[in-house]
Design a protein around this ligand. Structure first.
Ligand SMILES: [Zn+2]
Length: 419
């Protein structure tokens, strides 16, 4: 069998035929030629038989490794003139427009990037991590169906920090499917406005029945403006977070106080107690448990603050109905109001002001933490995407991992187990 015949069978490239193969510098170089007579614009459906000129463009794409070696496809692309996009090199079926990699290679890399860590992907595929970001964006643009916006009823909007230095992303989740359906840069009302006005198809905003969110004013403002019929629900997760932040503030102040009084031993206790206080008791290590016991024996405002935080968490941790939560929350707020810890007096006031929205979240079943798994997954992926150079790339990876999408591996179409 001739080498080119063998390769034509091994690498079934759509609409291209292999004409030559050689090994140069340890790489397999496969020369291909297009089967089509018509040339297609890479950016639209336009096609033509007429070449613009004879100045073909030498192009190459990295393909799946062959026998463990890097494999590169080369092709002289003809030029055409698209009435809309001007003079361009023709599109090829085996690669996405603007990419130096074949579809199969990109599909493999992106599949891996959604499953495993950054260095595994880079080393295994022999590509830089930034390149992976651009691939995620191309694959996401192709695989995400616009249908994901048509039946949104209960949605959640959340901010997540992206890289350090206070950069944020706004993410929209569909509570019914437990997937992320959209995201953008920023965390202002304008970020959410973009979803309602530029992203949702006509009529979709009117169908939204409830939106869960944090207690800040930005997202609420946007929902009131674009989906006034929707019930605003304050996510109990964010309510508990207020108490956790207040507790940490109490601890930090006590630590600073002890330091200024040069009570080094006590200062150290407060510093070391951070996670013992903030973690859920069932997740504490043995050492953290004994730290917590020591603090409790010591008594004082920090212990009362801890008990307040735990009590608030308990309100939402059980399977209580809205009436029960209403009663418990009322009691908690009176307790907070009387506790003489300014941070918690403030939390109590905030909760009273937002009580209707908090109870709405309980009533609509948007409060049971069923998407905690999704949130954890998003955080993991965001950290993995730190090395990408644009928020667009990071968002694409979030969508490919947590969105309504199924990624296929090359040569395994429809046969691998979906996950
Ligand atoms: Zn075009």
């Amino acid at each position: 069998m001739r080498a080119t015949t063998l390769l034509n069978r091994l690498l079934p490239l759509p609409k291209a035929t292999i004409r030559d193969v050689e090994i140069v510098d340890d790489r397999v170089r496969v020369a291909v030629r297009p089967q089509r007579h018509r040339m297609r614009c890479p950016h639209c459906d336009y096609s033509t038989r007429h070449r613009y000129d004879t100045r073909d463009v030498d192009s190459s794409w990295r393909h799946l490794d062959l026998g463990g070696r890097v494999c590169v496809l080369t092709l002289r692309r003809r030029r055409l003139r698209c009435p809309e996009h001007g003079v361009l090199a023709e599109a090829v079926d085996f690669a996405r427009p603007g990419s130096g990699f074949t579809r199969d290679f990109e599909d493999l890399v992106v599949w891996l990037a959604t499953k495993t860590d950054k260095s595994t992907v880079s080393v295994f595929c022999r590509i830089t991590w930034r390149t992976v970001g651009a691939m995620c964006t191309r694959v996401a643009a192709e695989k995400l169906s616009p249908d994901r916006f048509t039946n949104l009823v209960d949605i959640g909007v959340d901010e997540i920090s992206w890289r350090r230095h206070h950069k944020y992303l706004t993410l929209i989740s569909d509570h019914d499917t437990g997937t992320i359906v959209w995201g953008t840069e920023g965390k202002s009302a304008a970020a959410l406005d973009e979803f309602f006005t530029d992203t949702l198809p006509d009529g979709a905003a009117e169908q939204v029945a409830a939106v869960s969110m944090d207690l800040g004013p930005a997202y609420r403002k946007s929902v009131r403006a674009h989906a006034p019929q929707a019930t605003i629900c304050f996510d109990p997760f964010h309510v508990v977070k207020l108490a956790t932040a207040a507790l940490d503030d109490v601890r930090r102040r006590q630590w600073q106080l002890a330091r200024t009084l040069s009570d080094k031993q006590i200062a150290k206790t407060y510093k070391g107690a951070r996670w013992a206080l903030l973690k859920n008791p069932e997740n504490l290590t043995v050492k953290q448990e004994s730290t917590l016991d020591a603090l409790k024996r010591h008594g004082g405002a920090l212990v009362r603050a801890y008990e307040l935080k735990e009590a608030l968490r308990a309100v939402f941790a059980g399977d209580l109905d809205a009436d029960q939560v209403h009663t418990m929350l009322g009691r908690w707020c009176s307790w907070a109001q009387r506790c003489r810890i300014p941070q918690f007096v403030k939390v109590g006031r905030t909760i009273r002001e937002h009580r209707d929205g908090i109870l709405a979240a309980v009533t609509r079943g948007l409060a049971n933490g069923r998407h905690e798994g999704l949130n954890n997954k998003v955080r993991l992926i965001i950290r993995r995407a730190y090395g990408f150079h644009s928020a667009e790339n990071a968002l694409a990876m979030v969508m490919l991992t947590c969105g309504p999408v199924t990624l296929d591996l090359p040569y395994h179409m429809g046969t691998h187990p979906h996950s």
